[in-house]
Ligand binder design. Sequence first.
Ligand code: FES
Length: 172
Amino acid sequence: MPKPGSSPESIDNSPDKGRISRRVLLGTGWCGFLLSIVGPALANIRFLFPNVVYEGPTLLKVGRPEDYASGTITFLDEQRLFIMRDPEGLRALSAICTHLRCTTGPFMPPTAEWKEDHSRCPCHGSIFAKDGRVLQGPAPRPLEFYRVSLAPDGRLVVDTAAVVDKGDVLKV
Ligand code: FES
């Protein structure tokens, strides 16, 4: 029944009024189907290109032997290293905690609790001795010693890719 005042031509009484056409329904279905295939396919292709973490150089120049007095442990915060010098020579000890790789703190003198010089990791409280031993966890492994050598220009080079035994000393 037309409303009063409306023209009879503007009234749509067709049975399809308000229905979605078959073409639109099929198109939407295909789009959804293609998206469900393309998404995982792109994820699989992305999987072929793993994230790469670019680490810094492994050869670190850390000054000259005369920069380190005998009987000292020098904390190189930026390089995350300890340079130790004793009458035997020079060693480089990693300051990277073996728990979750925080930088451990500088060595502190013995206390009532720890009878030797020790370094504390600020993250979860691991404590290490001068020879890298774990005095208190959760660190699972000792700190690593790295190879120290003398470059032709007389400067010390620490190779953080070369883990050595704690007895590996550069005699200078
Ligand atoms: S990172 Fe050093 S104790 Fe956890």
